[in-house]
Ligand binder design. Structure first.
Ligand code: HEC
Ligand code: HEC
Ligand code: HEC
Ligand code: HEC
Ligand code: HEC
Length: 303
C-alpha cells in the first residue's frame, strides 16, 4: 500500500514539476471556460460540480490521488440518511467545521453591516474557502469492507475515515487550495482554478449576510414572493421560487443575500421553459440563476 501511495505521489509530483516549467495557461474568462471538457448542459452531471469528473472519461484518474471517487454525483453534497444536523441545509453530507470569515467591511449605502455568512453561503464555502477536503463527507456510499458512516465528520474532517474508502486510497484528501498543486496558471494540462478559491476573506466579494434595504428609501426593487425561508423575485408569478429566480434567504436574521441568491449549484437552464417537453439544454454560465449579468444586478438594484 505504501509503495502504491508513494509511486502515486512521486508520479504526481513529477507531473506538477514538469508542468511548473512549461508554458502559460488560459486565464479564466467570464462564464464557462470554453476549454472545459464539461459540456455544461442538461444537469450538474455535466458540470465541474460533478466531483467524480466522469465527463473526463479515463482522464478522471488524474484526480484519484486528490479525492475519493465515490462514483456518485450527489453524495459529495447530499445524503438521503444521517445528514449533517449542525447546519440547516438540505440533507447536507459535508463537514461543517464552523470556520469564521472576514466579512465585507466597506460602508453600505443603507448603513447596515454584513453579518457572518448564513447557511446558504456556508454550503458553498465548505469547498470554495479551501479549508475542507472536496471528499469530506459524513456518509460514504456503502462498499464491502468499508465503514460508511462517521458522525464526527459533521464538524471535523477525519482523514483516517475518508481513507477507509476501498477503491483507491488517495495520498491526500485535497482541499480546493491543494487542487491548485496542478491547477495553476502555468500548467498547460490542467485548467487554472485560482479564481475559484474564494478563501475565508470575503472583503473583496459581493456582500453576503446583508438584507434587502427599505425599498421605499434606497435604490432596490421589492421582492414579489415569499415561501418558507425565501423572499424572491417571482418573475413568472407562480408563487414558487424557481431556479431562475433570485432570492434572499432567512436563516434566522431576516432575509439576506447569500451565495445561492445569485448562483444555483446544480446549474439553471438558459431556457426556462421546457424544450420538446424536457427541461435541460445549455446551462447559464458560472452557475448563475440569471443569464445576463446586468439583468442579474438590476433584479435587486434599481439604478
Ligand atoms: C450578487 C450576486 C452574487 C453573489 C451573492 C455571489 N456571487 Fe459568485 N459570482 C457572481 C457573478 C455575476 C459571477 C461571474 C463573474 C464573472 O464571470 O466575472 C460570479 C462568479 C463566481 C465564481 C467563479 C470565479 C470568478 O471569480 O469568476 C465563483 C467560484 C463564485 N462566484 C462563488 C461564489 C460564492 C462562494 C459566493 C458566496 C460567498 C458567491 N459567489 C456570491 C455573482 C454572485
Ligand atoms: C496531479 C495533478 C492534479 C491534481 C492534484 C488535481 N487535478 Fe484536476 N485535473 C488534472 C489534469 C491533468 C486535468 C485535465 C484532464 C483532461 O483534460 O483530460 C484535470 C482536470 C480537472 C477537471 C476538469 C476540467 C475541465 O473542465 O475540463 C476538474 C473539474 C478537476 N480537474 C478538478 C480537480 C479538483 C477538484 C482537484 C482537487 C480535489 C484536482 N482536480 C486535483 C490534474 C490534477
Ligand atoms: C456541489 C454540491 C452539490 C451537489 C453535487 C448536488 N447538490 Fe443539490 N444542493 C446543493 C446546495 C448548495 C443546495 C441548496 C441550494 C440553496 O441554497 O438554495 C442544494 C439543494 C438541493 C435540493 C433542494 C432544493 C432545490 O434546489 O430543489 C435538491 C432536491 C437537490 N439539491 C438535489 C440534488 C441531486 C439529486 C443531486 C445529484 C444529481 C445534487 N443535488 C447534487 C448542492 C449540491
Ligand atoms: C463539493 C465541493 C463544492 C461545493 C459544495 C460547491 N462547489 Fe463550486 N466548484 C467546486 C469545484 C471543484 C469547482 C471546479 C474547480 C474549481 O473551481 O476549483 C467549482 C466551480 C464553481 C464555479 C465555476 C464554474 C465554472 O466552470 O466556471 C462556480 C461559479 C461555483 N463553483 C460556485 C459555487 C457556489 C455558489 C456554491 C454553493 C451554492 C458551490 N460552488 C458549491 C466545488 C464545490
Ligand atoms: C439578490 C439581490 C442582489 C443582487 C442580484 C445584486 N446585489 Fe448588490 N447588493 C445587494 C444588497 C442587499 C446590498 C447591500 C446594500 C446596502 O445595504 O446598502 C448590495 C450591495 C452592493 C454593493 C455595495 C454598495 C452599496 O450599495 O452599499 C455593490 C457595489 C453592489 N451590491 C453591486 C452589485 C452588482 C455589480 C451586482 C451584479 C453583479 C449586484 N450587486 C447584484 C443585493 C443584490
Amino acid at each position: 500500500m505504501d509503495s502504491i501511495r508513494s509511486s502515486k505521489q512521486s508520479k504526481s509530483l513529477i507531473i506538477s514539476a514538469v508542468l511548473a516549467i512549461t508554458g502559460t495557461n488560459m486565464v479564466l474568462a467570464d462564464g464557462w471556460d470554453p476549454n472545459s471538457k464539461a459540456s455544461n448542459t442538461d444537469s450538474i452531471v455535466n458540470t465541474r460540480h460533478n466531483m467524480t469528473m466522469s465527463y473526463l472519461g479515463g482522464a478522471s484518474v488524474n484526480m484519484d490521488s486528490a479525492r475519493n471517487d465515490y462514483a456518485e454525483v450527489c453524495v459529495y453534497c447530499h445524503t438521503p440518511h444521517g445528514a449533517n444536523s449542525t447546519i440547516g441545509a438540505p440533507l447536507w453530507n459535508r463537514t461543517n467545521p464552523g470556520t469564521s470569515y472576514t466579512v465585507y467591511n466597506k460602508p453600505l449605502t443603507s448603513g447596515q453591516t454584513a453579518s457572518a455568512p448564513g447557511v446558504n453561503s456556508l454550503i458553498c464555502l465548505s469547498c470554495h474557502d479551501g479549508t475542507v477536503a472536496i471528499d469530506s463527507i459524513i456518509n460514504m456510499p456503502n462498499r464491502p469492507g468499508s465503514k460508511s458512516y462517521d458522525p464526527t465528520q459533521q464538524t471535523a474532517q477525519n482523514d483516517a475515515f475518508l481513507s477507509s474508502w476501498p477503491d483507491n486510497s488517495p495520498i491526500m484528501h485535497a482541499k480546493l487550495s491543494d487542487c491548485l498543486l496542478c491547477h495553476t496558471s502555468t500548467n498547460p494540462f490542467a485548467p487554472d482554478f485560482t479564481a475559484f478559491l474564494i478563501g475565508t476573506d470575503l472583503r473583496d466579494d459581493h456582500p453576503v449576510g446583508v438584507s434587502l434595504p427599505d425599498t421605499t428609501i434606497y435604490d432596490f426593487n421589492p421582492t414579489t414572493g415569499t415561501a418558507g425561508n425565501l423572499s424572491f423575485y417571482d418573475t413568472n408569478s407562480n408563487g414558487r421560487a424557481d431556479s431562475n429566480e433570485l432570492r434572499f434567504y432567512n436563516s434566522g436574521q431576516g432575509y439576506e443575500v447569500e451565495c445561492a441568491s445569485c448562483h444555483n449549484p446544480h446549474g439553471t437552464p438558459v431556457n426556462s421553459a421546457p424544450v420538446n417537453g424536457k427541461h435541460g439544454g445549455p446551462l447559464i454560465p458560472s452557475f448563475l440563476r440569471v443569464k445576463d449579468q446586468s439583468t442579474l444586478c438590476l433584479t435587486c438594484h434599481n439604478k
